[in-house]
Design a protein around this ligand. Structure first.
Ligand code: HEM
Length: 491
């Protein structure tokens, strides 16, 4: 037997050994993966539904092939909690995804930052700034800013009148964007302010462009293909415009700020920069990216949740009436918008908002996570850098925790005394663990104040004879409902 033959036998033997060893440790994977595209065709336009369906066959942890890459999917409350909370050190980083790198300055922000010291400092600062601003009382406080926006929104709807059915998506987006503007820049903009409209247009274009660049997140090589890569160019142009606007605002703040009396988020950022410069983790260039995060992560998410809320209110008028009856019984003839102090007296309204967030998790697959180093989870090997999707949808719609999950039923969130259940299991609209949504408290304040103000002042109905709108939604960056024209009558 020649040396060559022995060498070939050895290579074949080792290959078989490696193959079987890896196979055994890899999470299972659904059949039907195609070369180049992997499971993309099977996932279709509603990947959260397909991934949830595959859970029944392949269990709580399995792998799908997205293009040329294996992605681990975590399903159900227990697996997601175990990975993101119990193994938080292992699963708290972000993968290296080309388009996401592009829109985050290669991790200069918070959302897409890899898990490292700089991330911890950026997040810690932003968390405490939101808390500081959230705890202020009286005029100019976050609560008062949101209530002002709620008043403006109700006024806008009353000016519109109830003669013509209309879609209120744009008004909702302006209100929510203005809440972030008040917090970040210390001022709101008029509904027809030219600068603001221009910025909103660019921001919307940016989000839409991100949706259409999704193909490039799966096939980064497409960025070298002339024509296909034009969406990248538009993305970069939009970002440059947004950043130019932010730079102007930051310069104005620097010129006028009083370190002892920070007015808003930018003042707090600038003050922090001076102390952080010593640690070299948090730099001047991070400022624009952190502010961009608050707009990108904080506007569309909250407005979309409210849109789903109104859609379920027109589909379930009896639920709308129950919320309105509760609001009337607590607020009486008071025509002003509710305050946060009313929250504990309005359990049905709170439970309804929670049910809206359960039945339509608007970020069904959260943001992608990744292990910082090779990790073994539930007996499976997950190499560092592998994309990991927490399937939040599978937890929110799990029939084990939520019988008849497609039924809109706010009473699921009430205990036998009619009080709101604190920390319900298998309910994760904001995800969980180290990367849990940074704006969760702010979002909850906004959802409560805007939703309750709208329902106190207005009743939403479908036009006579109109077909019931679909609750499927359209999956882009978030799961958005279709635009619907509603009759809006003053109460
Ligand atoms: C991250 C949901 C509003 C700022 C996230 C994540 C989800 C989420 C699912 C991904 C968590 C993960 O990676 O596991 C929502 C929903 C909102 C909302 C449903 C509204 C209803 C906001 C608001 C802000 C905000 C108002 C800020 C003003 C962020 C940031 C992150 C994040 C900065 C990244 C956190 C990190 O990587 O450390 N959000 N969000 N979000 N959200 Fe929100």
């Amino acid at each position: 037997v020649s040396i060559r033959t022995i060498a070939v036998i050895w290579v074949v033997f080792l290959t078989i050994l490696v193959f079987f060893k890896r196979r055994k440790m890899d999470p299972p994977s659904p059949s039907g993966s195609w070369p180049v595209v992997g499971h993309l065709l099977s996932l279709g336009r509603a990947p959260h539904l397909k991934l949830t369906e595959w859970r029944k066959q392949y269990g709580d942890v399995y792998t799908v092939r997205m293009g040329m890459e294996d992605v681990v999917v975590l399903n159900g409350y227990r697996a997601i909690k175990e990975a993101l909370v119990d193994y938080k050190d292992a699963f708290s980083s972000r993968p290296n995804v080309y388009v996401l790198n592009l829109v985050s300055g290669f991790g200069e922000d918070i959302v897409m930052s890899p898990f490292n010291q700089a991330y911890k400092e950026k997040r810690k600062f932003a968390y405490s700034a939101l808390r500081t601003l959230g705890m202020r009382m009286g005029p100019g406080s976050m609560e008062e800013n949101i209530r002002d926006e709620a008043r403006q929104l109700c006024l806008k709807l009353s000016e519109q009148g109830d003669a013509q059915p209309s879609d209120i998506t744009d008004n909702l987006t302006v209100s929510v964007a203005n809440i972030i503007c008040s917090m970040v820049f210390g001022k709101r903009y008029d509904y027809d302010d030219e600068n603001f409209l221009e910025l909103s247009k660019v921001a919307n274009k940016l989000v839409a462009q991100l949706g259409s660049s999704q193909l490039m997140t799966v096939f980064p090589i497409l960025r070298f293909v002339p024509g296909v890569n034009s969406s990248n160019r538009i993305l970069v142009e939009c970002m440059e415009e947004v950043h130019a606007f932010l730079r102007q605002e930051i310069t104005k703040h620097r010129e006028t700020m009083d370190k002892e009396n920070p007015r808003d988020f930018i003042d707090l950022l600038l003050a922090e920069l001076e102390t952080q410069e010593k640690t070299d983790c948090f730099k001047e260039e991070n400022i624009e990216w952190i502010i961009q995060d608050l707009f990108v992560a904080g506007v569309e998410t909250t407005a979309t949740t409210l849109r789903w809320g109104l859609l379920y209110m027109v589909l379930c008028p009896e639920e709308q009436q129950k919320v309105q009856a509760e609001l009337d019984s607590v607020l009486g003839a008071d025509h002003d918008v509710p305050t946060l102090a009313h929250r504990s007296q309005l359990p049905y309204t709170e439970a309804t908002i929670m049910e809206i967030q359960r039945i339509r998790a608007i970020v069904p697959l959260a943001a992608p996570h990744t292990p910082n180093e090779n990790t073994t989870f539930r007996g499976y090997d997950i190499p560092a850098g592998t994309q990991v999707f927490p399937n939040l949808w599978s937890a929110n719609m799990d029939p084990e925790f939520w019988p008849d999950p497609e039924k809109f039923d706010p009473s699921r969130f009430l205990d036998s005394d009619g009080k709101v259940v604190t920390r319900p299991e298998s309910f994760m609209p904001f995800s969980t663990g180290r990367r849990v949504c940074l704006g969760e408290q702010l979002a909850k304040m906004e959802l409560f104040l805007l939703f309750s103000s709208l329902l106190k002042h207005v009743t939403f109905k479908l036009p006579e004879g109109a077909a019931a709108p679909s609750t499927d939604g359209c999956m882009g960056i978030t799961l958005v409902p279709s635009r619907i024209n509603m009759c809006i009558s003053q109460r």
